[in-house]
Write a new protein. Structure first.
Length: 125
């Protein structure tokens, strides 16, 4: 997801190589999306706006927390301090619609994974 996002920036800056940029620190951070599984189970059947809002909040909390820790060691790969809607340079509130969509996307991935696991468990019975 990170590579796709930075690749889109390359398109906008007319980089014909479509150069992407990320950090190894992002792999465990994005991996934390798997922690949305129990939240997703609790939200099943709820309104999409509520689910997306909760996922967005979880993503912002994760981004702020991990960014704060990485910043202490001077290794935080992002800095939103030049963005008008930033919070301590660690989160950018203008990304709210993107994180809303990403949360619902993660939900669908987790939903498919849980359905596959249930199918596999039923085969073993």
């Amino acid at each position: 997801m990170e590579v796709l996002w930075t690749g889109l920036h390359a398109i906008m800056s007319r980089d014909p190589k479509l150069t992407c940029k990320t950090s190894v620190w992002m792999f465990p951070i994005y991996g934390m999306a798997s922690l949305l599984a129990p939240i997703s189970k609790q939200l099943k059947g709820k309104n999409m706006m509520l689910r997306g809002g909760i996922y967005t909040l979880c993503i912002f909390v994760t981004e702020y927390t991990t960014g704060s820790i990485l910043k202490k060691f001077n290794v935080c790969p992002w800095d939103y301090s030049r963005h008008p809607a930033n919070v301590k340079g660690l989160i950018d509130l203008s990304y709210t619609p993107l994180w809303f969509g990403a949360g619902l996307f993660f939900e669908k991935l987790l939903e498919k994974e849980m359905a596959f696991e249930a199918f596999e468990a039923g085969k073993d019975s």
